[in-house]
Design a protein. Structure first.
Length: 678
């Protein structure tokens, strides 16, 4: 006995059976040009059959999905498929009787080599599982030898099509819908049972748009086009009143009858709404980042950001709220929603309404239908719900805007219809809210830094204008008293010396601060001219030698090394670095000062064997008033301005300065300056 149905045989017999249509669907679902369904009784001693049936027997013996990416390099019987039928790749799944006996196979074939994905293998298996007949329908005793091909009932085919997770629709040669599975009906809001919808009903109930968002008339829908074309592949968005838009990738082919005459068309539509939304959100995040980079403030950028977001979501509107630092209140900073101005600009109430609840909890809230939300009961909330409904809004999503766990605000979005993929939307919009949160935190940090800088500048101005004059007077008088201290009693002489010493320290701090402020502001620009850096270093070292009691200074200098610079300012740098090395070196230690040329750079090194510098603090020691933690803990005096002044001078000479570890202990201060070009 041989019981089998193939597309080719059905056409030759003038029949288009349910299994014929199923083969079409299998080919479309796996994006292949050919498919065959073979059913046979393996125990009845069938005579030789075409190669596809031999393959079905092979698959049945294996009992599992079998794929071949390239038949031309595969063993028998696969190579014969390539030689005799032009099949270069296939995927086949066995069909079993209720008792588990293999009774055939569903085979999808391609004329090109290809790799079959795991998703395609699973889809093929799900189709063949539905081909398993009820007990007693197809057994060796169910039909005599020579019986006509078995044709499944329309109910079986309907159940099969309804189980698919893709939309399937077919029409006759006149464009009338004859098949529409459950997924396709749901996409068009058509009841699962009842008459097939007329084309004019579909055209009136839904708006179709192409990939560019342009409306498509029903005559240009992929299914109808397939009546005139051999293959149609298109992306279509379906918009229905009161429902979120959904996007599908549709593939449609004609159904050919006897003599290759077109008798209809079939279309398979795979939903890509979530994928396209993710793609739009990637573009949205890039656009938001660009908008933030080009804006002076968040208030300036917010309307454009909200517009970008609403366009990407294809929703009704969006609004951003931030918590004011001074009052702690949540205030709107910007929104977008054409024709819905009444929705925006309100002040949220903590713990009430969707925005207020996110403000209180710090957690996102998704409300698919505000009319059915049991918690929106207060007068304020009922007023907001009524206002939303007046503007066609039924769905609201609000997410917190954070930075490092700190709640900074709330981003609230409004839609006209419930949305699928709730989790995806929360993640996507939450990512955008985090992007905004980072920007807000950076802006606030920049604002704080500017305030601190202004405070420092004000402090320097205070020293320069309010303290410098009295300090100069105190220092002058203390110096005169010190000169006459020999005539004073010992205790008075000690007090005068203390006054003189501390007045000079204060005077040095004031002078250094004013000097540093002048360099950083450009008011004390260096006088650039050719300078022998070796001579400058030697002079600076000679000036500090009197303070090196108990220490050794080691000099390694060339006879001459010329740079373009200000000799006075460079001498300040060398003096400060050597004085630091002396201050932090233990008794008997050696401070090494070296100068050499490396290609087009002069390299000055001042190395000590003192207490060193913690690696994490090396960059900060160049900030004004900053002193290393190990220095503070040992009580070594200083005001934290010497390295700040040195860096300012070096940078004005287009050089660099850094502190690195000295071997085996201590610190190496390294200054690099460009050499004078010959």
């Amino acid at each position: 006995m041989r019981v089998m149905v193939t597309i080719r045989e059905a056409r030759a017999a003038g029949q288009i059976t349910a299994l014929d249509a199923l083969a079409h669907h299998a080919a479309l679902a796996l994006d292949a040009p050919m498919a065959s369904i073979r059913l046979h009784d393996r125990h009845a001693g069938s005579p030789p059959v075409p190669l596809a049936e031999a393959l079905s027997g092979y698959v049945g013996e294996r009992g599992t999905v079998t794929t071949c990416d390239d038949t031309s390099s595969a063993p028998t019987p696969h190579h014969a498929l390539a030689r005799d039928c032009g099949v270069r790749s296939f995927a086949a799944a066995p069909v079993h009787a209720p008792d588990g006996t293999p009774i055939g196979a569903l085979i999808v074939m391609d004329r090109e080599p290809r790799a079959w994905s795991e998703r395609q293998r699973i889809l093929l298996t799900s189709m063949t599982s539905l081909l398993t007949p009820p007990a007693g329908v197809l057994t060796p005793d169910a039909a005599p030898v020579g019986a006509e091909p078995v044709d499944r009932s329309d109910g079986f085919l309907t159940a099969l099509l309804d189980s698919l997770t893709v939309g399937v629709a077919a029409c006759d040669e006149n464009g009338q819908i004859v098949v529409m599975n459950r997924y396709a009906r749901e996409a068009h809001s058509i009841p699962e049972t009842g008459e097939m919808p007329a084309p004019e009903m579909l055209a009136a109930g839904a708006t179709l748009r192409d990939e560019q968002g342009r409306p498509i008339p029903w005559e240009q829908a992929p299914l109808v086009r397939a009546l005139r074309e051999s293959l149609v592949e298109a992306e279509v968005t379906v918009e229905l009143p009161g429902r979120a838009a959904r996007t599908f990738v549709a593939t449609a082919r004609p159904i050919l009858g006897p003599g290759e005459r077109g008798i209809g068309a079939v279309c398979v539509a795979n939903e890509v709404t979530a994928t396209r939304r993710t793609e739009r959100f990637r573009a949205c995040q890039d656009a938001v980042a660009e908008c933030l980079r080009g804006s002076a403030s968040l208030a300036e950028a917010t309307p454009e950001i909200m517009k970008i977001l609403v366009t990407a979501l294809r929703w009704a509107g969006a609004e951003l709220f931030l918590i004011e630092e001074a009052s702690g209140m949540l205030r709107g900073v910007g929104h977008w929603g054409e024709g819905r101005e009444e929705l925006f600009g309100h002040t949220p109430v903590l713990g009430y309404g969707i925005t207020g609840r996110v403000w209180q909890s710090g957690q996102p809230i998704w409300v698919p239908d505000i009319t059915a939300h049991a918690n929106l009961r207060s007068a304020y909330e009922r007023h907001r719900v009524a206002m939303c409904l007046r503007h066609g809004v039924r769905t609201v999503l609000a997410v917190p805007v954070r930075d490092s766990g700190t709640l900074l605000g709330v981003l609230t979005c409004y839609a006209g219809a419930p949305e699928p993929h709730e989790d995806q939307l929360v993640v996507l919009i939450g990512g955008l809210a985090a992007q905004i949160g980072v920007y807000v935190a950076l802006r606030r940090a920049e604002q704080l830094a500017r305030q601190l800088t202004r405070a420092q500048d004000d402090f320097i101005d205070l020293i320069g204008h309010e303290l410098r004059t009295p300090l100069t007077s105190i220092t002058a008088n203390a110096t005169m008293l010190a000169d006459e201290a020999g005539t004073l009693a010992e205790d008075l002489r000690s007090m005068v010396e203390s006054i003189n010493r501390n007045a000079r320290t204060l005077q040095d701090i004031a002078d250094t601060l004013l000097d540093l402020a002048g360099l950083e502001s450009g008011h004390a620009a260096p006088r650039i001219e050719p300078v022998d850096l070796a001579e400058v270093v030697a002079e600076a070292v000679a000036a500090v030698r009197p303070s090196t009691v108990g220490l050794h200074l080691s000099l390694d200098l060339p006879s001459c090394l010329e740079v373009e610079g200000d000799a006075f300012r460079l001498r300040q740098v060398v003096h400060g670095l050597v004085a630091n090395a002396i201050t932090y070196s233990p008794p008997g230690a050696t401070v090494r000062i070296s100068l050499r040329a490396e290609e087009d750079t002069a390299v000055l090194g001042v190395a000590d064997t003192g207490i060193g510098m913690p690696p994490a603090e090396r960059a900060r020691v160049f900030d004004r008033f900053y002193r290393g933690s190990n220095v503070r803990h040992q009580g070594i005096p200083g005001h934290g301005l010497g390295l700040s002044l040195a860096r300012a001078v070096v940078q004005l000479h287009h050089g660099t300065i850094e502190l690195i570890d000295n071997d085996p202990s201590g610190t190496l201060a390294c200054v690099r300056l460009p050499l004078t070009q010959p």
